[in-house]
Design a protein. Structure first.
Ligand code: GAP
Length: 463
């Protein structure tokens, strides 16, 4: 399980963008809004607008592509958010998924007892809690991070259920089902994407740490003596995924957890960290969970959770390698890594240099001006493109303003219908990153763009 700011090193701010600039762009361009804003907002919960939905969907689609389309040893699952409460006894969450917290009777704020030096006291001038005589802290108490709710009309202990704090346990409790229906043999994996909930004491930093978030988790079941090899394999694979989707390699690193930081279930964990504006922080955790989970669920449920090898005539409990990523946190990393500003002809341009596969809109179709039948022709081009690739039509405002809007949502290409289009059925194709403009025929444009989307891509910020 994730621990907060556990790098053990001073936070190193990222070079090129602040979190405030990211939050402002996300709001301005309709990616992400504070949840329940008209009521003053609800702490650390966010709503995704149109472009945010498209971007996060693309992140998840790329993850599915890596897990399912590009290989044949992983199957998909979508388990329920509410699970039998025994699940969380078996997994250790009921007892162990806790943070120590203290309350300050003076400023009425609540802090993580093990992170007081990182916290700000609620009194002015701001100091760390416990630093002055004014601070009146309670003794630390263990606080369970699972959200509780009740099933059915009676609110008693017997009706208590939990919103899952990770998607992983839904996979373990379905191990037997999946094994039977898929007739798989280790090594094989079960993958799922879904919402998880944690009553974090100190959420924050925009969508980096929220109480409701989406996870992309895969449990890879292997013969015990192959666990170490597969752990190394998945470290490499997951790093490759981020780099292939355009994250600058010098903004990514692997950090191995020291023994005292390991979760109760893990014999080895490494984090993929990204250099966020808040410093190096966890993007994804890759853990060797051994046979902990299957053994625990076998013990608590009474079911046999093992693989029976017909050839040797023996059964064994597979070990598990788990790459566990956050869809929201990955989306944030992709936005941060893509954010760029530059001066073009004396004017500042903000641009999201997203990998074309991640960009919410791949192509914008724009009439140069709103007359001379250009809007009608541009609409026709748009209708041709939109069934094959994510396209947008925009005729409002000057062409410069429309380009800037598309730059800020990361649209890699702009197609402009102009005076010459009526003469020779060509359009101008503008490249978001190089700003190069080329004339291309309308015929074959969809094929041309589809081919470009599939090409290998690396961030122009590396140039
Ligand atoms: N099953 C293992 C597990 O849940 P984790 O490190 O606690 O491991 C995996 O979570 C990933 O989920 C993290 O690397 C992060 O990307 C994401 N995540 C965890 N807590 C989060 C939160 N409060 N807000 C947003 N994302 C979170």
């Amino acid at each position: 399980m994730e621990t907060q700011s556990a790098t053990g090193e001073p936070a190193e701010p990222a070079d090129d963008v602040t979190l405030d600039e990211i939050v402002a762009l996300c709001k301005r361009r309709g990616f992400i809004f504070q949840s329940s804003e008209i009521y003053g907002g609800l702490g650390s919960t966010y709503d995704y607008g149109h472009y945010g939905v498209l971007l996060k969907n693309n992140v998840k689609a790329e993850w599915w592509r890596a897990m399912l389309t590009e290989r044949d040893d992983i199957v998909a699952l979508d388990s329920a958010i509410l699970q039998h409460p025994r699940t969380w006894e078996a997994s250790g969450h009921l007892e162990g998924f806790t943070d120590p917290l203290v309350d300050c009777r003076t400023c009425k704020l609540r802090f993580r007892a093990d992170k007081l030096e990182d916290a700000q006291c609620g009194r002015k001038p701001s100091k760390h809690p416990g630093e002055t005589d004014d601070c009146d802290l309670t003794d630390p108490r263990q606080f369970n991070l699972m959200f509780e709710t009740h099933m059915g009309p009676v609110r008693d202990d017997a009706s208590t259920v939990y919103l899952r704090p990770e998607t992983a346990q839904g996979i373990f409790v379905n191990f037997k089902n999946v094994l039977q229906f898929s007739r798989r043999k280790p090594p094989f994996g079960i993958a799922q994407i879904g919402k998880s909930f944690r009553n974090e004491i100190t959420p924050g930093n925009f969508i980096f740490r929220t109480r409701e978030f989406e996870q992309m988790e895969m449990e890879f079941f292997v013969p015990p003596d192959e666990a170490e090899r597969w752990f190394d394999y998945w470290l490499e694979e997951r790093m490759r995924w981020y780099v292939e989707l355009g994250i600058r390699p010098d903004h990514l690193r692997l950090r191995r957890h020291p023994p005292e930081e390991l979760s109760h279930y893990s014999s080895a964990t490494s984090d993929i960290e990204y250099l966020f504006p808040i410093g190096w922080s966890e993007l994804e955790g890759i853990a060797n969970r051994g046979d902990f989970d299957l053994r625990q669920h076998a013990k608590f449920s009474g079911e046999k959770l093992e693989y029976f090898d017909q050839q040797s005539g023996e059964g064994y409990v597979p070990h598990v390698i788990e790459p566990a990523a956050g869809a929201d946190r990955a989306a944030l990393a992709f936005i941060v890594d893509a954010y760029d500003t530059e001066e073009v002809e004396g004017r500042k341009r903000t641009v999201l240099r997203l990998h074309p596969r991640l960009a919410p809109v791949k192509v914008a179709v724009l009439p140069l001006v709103s007359r001379e039948s250009m809007p009608e022709r541009a609409r026709e081009v748009y209708e041709q493109l939109r069934t094959r690739i994510a396209a947008e039509y925009d005729e409002g405002g000057s062409i410069g303003r429309r380009y800037r809007r598309q730059d800020e949502i990361g649209t890699p290409w702009g197609v402009t219908v102009d005076g010459q289009t009526a003469e020779d059925d060509t359009v101008t194709l503008r490249d978001r990153d190089s700003l190069a403009q080329t004339r291309v025929p309308i015929e074959g444009l969809a094929d041309e763009l589809a081919a470009r989307i599939d090409q290998a891509w690396s961030s122009p910020k590396l140039d």
